[in-house]
Design a protein around this ligand. Structure first.
Ligand SMILES: [Fe+2]
Length: 296
């Protein structure tokens, strides 16, 4: 059995957790949080064969990836999140920079991003749904849960029943905000899939640890929240389909009014995912998607 510790990184009144599982011979990181806490990382790795399993490539979970890799750790991820790991300028623009006029992004977010995203790096891609990873005495099942990002993964340590979900399990939202996902059908399918997973304990990267008995309820709350947002976005488009342009800001405010939760850049990502989910979209939707998603 392993010993589990948490790398807890506070920032902007919120926090991100990553996890360290250690036996005498092996060390497994689940994500690496923000750049910093080198002593903790070095102490965990000391004399142990080290693997870092990436739940996804978003900036606040990858800060120590390059450091751990440079120290001899094997960093493993799904190919779907490749650009997040490798191109940090693109990464900022994709998640924040392009939405500067559509929502409030505190200046400290950019400062924190630059200071704590760590260095770009190339993981070993190839982790896929259903893979079984034997690492020392630990045995992990890889569960693909795309939606929050294309390459989002959960890891179930089979002997202990510990399930690590990264940001993939969001329920009605995380922090004070609404959920963030990039693909609606994938996200819905992933929530249905997680609801069927049996585990002892759930460890996410932003929410408190919770018993596995609450997993299905939270996953299905996420599915239902996604369906509510889909209705809000479709209604908004219906009322504006003859317009020349669609306002992303108005759409995220409409979701805010429905859900009563904070709206940030994450909601811009989510609304765009819902626009992409509209079959035979009117011109104004195509124009909006071209601007934000296709860069036309
Ligand atoms: Fe994330």
């Amino acid at each position: 059995m392993y010993k589990l510790s948490v790398k807890h990184d506070p920032y902007l009144n919120i926090h991100v957790d990553s996890y360290i599982l250690r036996t005498d011979t092996h060390c497994v990181f689940i994500d690496s949080g923000l750049y910093g806490q080198h002593e903790l990382v070095a102490e965990a790795m000391q004399g142990r064969e080290t693997t870092l399993l990436c739940t996804h490539g978003h900036w606040d979970h990858i800060g120590m990836h390059k450091t751990i890799q440079d120290m001899g750790g094997r960093v493993r991820a799904n190919i779907g999140d490749k650009p997040y790991f490798e191109d940090h300028e693109w990464h900022w623009k994709e998640l924040f920079g392009q939405f500067m006029n559509d929502c409030t992004i505190p200046p400290a977010r950019r400062e924190t991003y630059v200071a704590r995203v760590g260095s770009p790096m190339v993981p070993e891609y190839g982790l896929e749904d259903g893979d079984i990873l034997d690492i020392g005495e630990m045995r992990f099942q890889v569960i693909a849960i795309p939606g929050h990002s294309r390459g989002s993964l959960a890891f179930l340590e089979i002997h202990s029943g510990a399930l690590f979900t990264g940001d993939g399990l969001i329920g009605n939202g995380f922090f004070t905000g609404t959920p963030q996902y990039m693909n609606v059908p994938d996200y819905l399918a992933s929530m249905e899939k997680l609801a069927r997973v049996s585990c002892e304990t759930v460890y996410s990267d932003h929410d408190p640890v919770m018993p596995g008995s609450g997993l299905a309820e939270k996953a299905l709350a996420g599915r239902d929240c996604c369906l509510r947002i889909d209705r809000v976005v479709r209604d908004h488009v219906k009322h504006h389909e003859k317009d020349e342009d669609l306002s992303l800001n108005e759409m995220i405010e409409a979701v805010h009014a429905e859900e009563g939760r904070g709206v940030g850049a994450g909601m811009c990502v989510t609304v765009l995912a819902h626009l992409e989910n509209i079959e035979d979209p009117p011109k104004c939707v195509v124009k909006c998607l071209n601007r934000y998603i296709h860069g036309i």
